[in-house]
Design a protein around this ligand. Structure first.
Ligand code: MEV
Length: 438
């Protein structure tokens, strides 16, 4: 290491050398190295397969892998794997799943699967010229794409449309080519980007080859898929008679409870401050299934929040209505995911998660994920309008603190009793344990 703190050639060190180097930064290098090693898999093959998913890997970071059983989606039961570190999400999703399973479950109302990508470029020639040549250019680009799309077409997907969009009112000289594709069971990022990069190259070539326009009038800015997928969405709904809400209404009369639920969803529709937290409760469930199945939860998050603001104001993604004594909840969320390719095939647990779900295709998985999102959201809102979320959270929070403090069974029982009606904090628990041991 240079005395500036900058390290050169870190990537060229062996895995062990990297671990050793980093451990030396820590207060107790021996303990740090030991810990980093302890979290690696024992099986050599699995370990290297796993570590090679990323770069400069020195250990693996474990996150709890839980199951939310009994999700009834389109009359089929799923026991859904969830990878999440936040306590109470799995328990809440499980309760909600069971509750709705006994009331007809979740129904997938619609699924769309169009993926988008763009080639952004500046055109410095006459605006009319590019319009005149567009038809010919489009045929040229599509013809070239055929060689890249053979396999996707064989699987039932491929190019859906290609359009030229004029963006010059926003940025001088800017145009974009918009490619819409169907990628069936793959998330399609590699496929879309490969097509777009081929188009970008072909676009410049097309105009360079043009006799009348030798100077570079066309300049490509970039070619990239869009993680905004407003035409790749799923809508799920669940409903029940208000009378059937009784078991979860705490002490509230069901009509009052149903009314408060609807009000909470209305608030989240109108108030962005609440909408963000409301949607976070949806993403608790969504991301956890995406993680467990090796899908790109960052893409899902980015798309979901952009979609939530599609009318110019950030709003709740889910909704709730009350009509003729029936309460209905629903969620429409963009979701570009895959059940083949990428990490879904490479990560041993992601593969197993899909197996646990009965090897769904992408559309089926979209329905499952959205149902988990809606269930998580409903569980959170239910708590908010009844007991508040702290009651449930605090039980798990106490358990986490007790685990951190390595208590024995007797101390645990005493602490659980003592804190059943008191505020839980790390210091309060520590103080209590100190008091009972003296
Ligand atoms: C916490 O992770 C999620 C909630 O804040 C969601 C919500 O407020 O609806 C409980």
């Amino acid at each position: 290491m240079l005395n500036t703190g900058i390290v050169r050639g870190f990537s060229k060190l062996t895995e062990e050398e990297k671990r050793n180097f980093i451990a030396r930064i820590c207060n107790d290098p021996t303990q740090a190295e030991d810990r980093l090693e302890r979290f690696l898999m024992e099986d050599e093959n699995e370990r290297s397969q796993f570590l090679e998913l990323s770069e400069n890997t020195i250990s693996s970071f474990h996150t709890p892998y839980g199951i939310a059983p009994n999700f009834l989606v389109n009359a089929k039961v799923y026991h859904v794997p969830l990878v999440i570190e936040e306590s109470s999400v799995v328990a809440a999703a499980s309760h909600s799943a069971r509750f709705w399973a006994e009331r007809g479950g979740f129904t997938v109302k619609s699924v769309t699967t169009v993926k988008l990508g763009h080639v952004y470029f500046r055109w410095f020639g006459a605006p009319s010229y590019i319009r005149e040549r567009w038809h010919q250019l489009k045929l040229f680009l599509l013809e070239r794409l055929k060689k890249l799309t053979i396999n996707m077409v064989r699987r039932g997907g491929g190019i859906l449309s290609l359009e030229l969009l004029d963006e010059t009112l926003t940025i001088n000289n800017l145009y974009k080519l918009e490619l819409k594709v169907e990628t069936i069971n793959s998330m399609g990022a590699n496929f879309v980007n490969t097509c777009l990069e081929d188009m970008a190259e072909a676009l410049e070539m097309f105009f360079t080859a043009d006799d009348d326009h030798e100077e570079k009038k066309c300049q490509v800015a970039m070619a990239i898929l869009s993680n905004y997928t407003p035409e790749c969405t799923v809508t799920v709904e669940a409903s029940c008679e208000t009378d059937h809400l009784k078991p979860i209404a705490e002490r509230l009369p069901v009509e009052v409870f149903a009314d408060k639920l609807c009000l909470a969803y209305q608030i989240a529709h109108h108030d962005p401050s609440r909408a963000v937290t409301h949607n976070k409760g949806i993403m608790n469930g969504v991301d956890a299934v995406l993680m467990a199945t090796g899908n790109d939860y960052r893409a899902a998050e980015a798309a979901a929040h952009a979609f939530a603001a599609r009318d110019g104001q950030y709003r709740a993604l889910s909704y709730c209505s009350l009509s003729n004594g029936v309460l209905s909840i629903g969620l429409t969320i963009p979701m570009a995911l895959g059940t083949v390719g990428g990490i879904t095939n490479l990560h041993p647990l992601a593969r197993l998660s899909l197996e646990i779900l009965g090897n769904p295709n992408a559309k089926e998985l979209m329905g499952i994920v959205a149902s988990v999102g809606l269930a998580s959201n409903f569980a959170a809102v239910r708590s908010l309008v009844t007991t508040g979320i702290q009651k449930g959270h605090m039980r798990l929070h106490l358990s986490n603190i007790l685990n951190t403090l390595n208590v024995n069974n007797g101390q645990r029982e005493e602490a659980e009793l003592y804190f059943s009606n008191r505020k839980v904090s790390f210091n309060a628990v520590k103080h209590f344990l100190h008091e009972i041991s003296h």
